[in-house]
Design a protein. Structure first.
Length: 349
């Protein structure tokens, strides 16, 4: 850096030397010794310049230090913002182990809800043996258990026990049922035109299934049994027909245990219901996040695309337009509890 005296405002040697700078005393002593006033002035001039240069250097250093401090501040803020977000596991039942016919769909919809929520959740499939649904509900109702999210058909009782995410992940499609009949009697139900006609025959259902109460409340006789024994019971003709969800019956037909059955083509039963995701009562934030994620997915059409990918084949196979539709009431759900007013949430044939 070059310094010219002309660049220093009001540069006055006399003022700097004789009024403000202590260096003048030293200069006078040197001048007396040398008996040369010209030498004294020269020595003073040099000393004053050195003092000025030193002051300017100190100011420059201070400015450099200030600039460096200001530069580090945004770096610290950026560092704070870049802290990694902690991932939150969502533990679920491993559906593939349970033989769930729509396992992939359930997981994909849950992942969609997580993605649309914008929260840092990730899915963890349980490596333990599958837990019966009744036990899942009891444990979750007590804020216990090893699952964070389950899915099941809703009812008023279940919604009192555990916290529902009230977006029907099946679009109410589980409320549409067609029946297996024995292959020896493929036309057994061919004359059914209304509920009273169907009431002449016995349905088979699981002892703890909500469908059992629904059918009975509508005046339809039901024979119950353990889940794993129902196929054998129909084979032995202990009941006449076995109503199954449209989304399950086509896969079940491929099961060797069902080789003695055929799918009735006469009617389809419908009652209002929904499959919901459920969480423990103390997981209100998780419930709110999944609700928001599903609402966003419904709004932008991504939910509908996944639903169609998995269910369009079932819908075509069911051929609903050529069947008699028997509408049943659902006593397990009070009027107004299902979001029926939002037509985007429901399947319509």
């Amino acid at each position: 850096m070059r310094l010219y005296l002309a660049d220093i405002p009001a540069f006055n040697i006399l003022n700097l030397g004789f009024l403000n700078l202590k260096f003048s005393n030293h200069c006078e002593q040197f001048a007396k010794l040398a008996q040369d006033r010209l030498l004294s002035i020269r020595i003073f001039f040099i000393t004053a310049c050195l003092a000025i240069l030193s002051s300017i250097a100190n100011i420059a250093t201070a400015q450099t230090s200030t600039t460096a401090t200001e530069y580090t501040k945004p770096t610290a803020q950026e560092s704070s913002k870049s802290k990694s977000t902690t991932l939150i596991p969502i533990r679920i039942q491993d559906l593939e182990k349970t033989g769930d016919p729509i396992a992939s769909y359930i997981v994909e919809i849950l992942q969609l809800a997580i993605t649309k929520s914008g929260e840092p959740y990730f899915i963890v499939k349980s490596k333990e043996a599958p837990v019966p649904q009744a036990r899942q509900i009891v444990e979750m109702s007590q804020n216990l258990g090893k699952l964070d999210v389950i899915w099941t058909m809703t009812s008023d009782e279940r919604e009192r026990q555990i916290l529902p995410i009230r977006i029907p992940i099946d679009k109410g499609f589980f409320g549409w049922r067609i029946a297996f009949v024995h292959r020896d009697q493929p036309q057994l139900l061919s004359k059914v035109k209304e509920i009273n006609d169907l009431a002449k025959f016995r349905a088979g259902q699981g002892a703890l299934w909500p469908d059992t109460d629904i059918l009975r409340s509508n005046g339809l006789p039901v024979i119950t049994g353990a889940d794993e024994s129902l196929a054998n019971m129909l084979r032995a003709k202990r009941f006449d027909y076995f109503p199954r969800p449209v989304i399950a019956i086509w896969n079940e037909q491929k099961n060797p245990a069902y080789q003695d059955f055929v799918i009735d083509t006469t009617f389809i039963v419908h009652y209002p219901t929904a499959f919901y995701f459920f969480v423990a009562p103390n997981q209100k934030k998780l419930a709110a996040d999944l609700t928001l994620g599903l609402e966003r997915a419904v709004a932008d059409g991504s939910f509908e695309r996944i639903f169609n990918k998995y269910f369009q084949g079932f819908i075509r196979s069911a051929n609903i337009k050529d069947r008699v539709i028997l509408e049943l009431k659902n006593p397990l759900i009070k009027d107004g509890s299902l979001p029926l007013q939002n037509t985007k949430l429901w399947f319509k044939p």
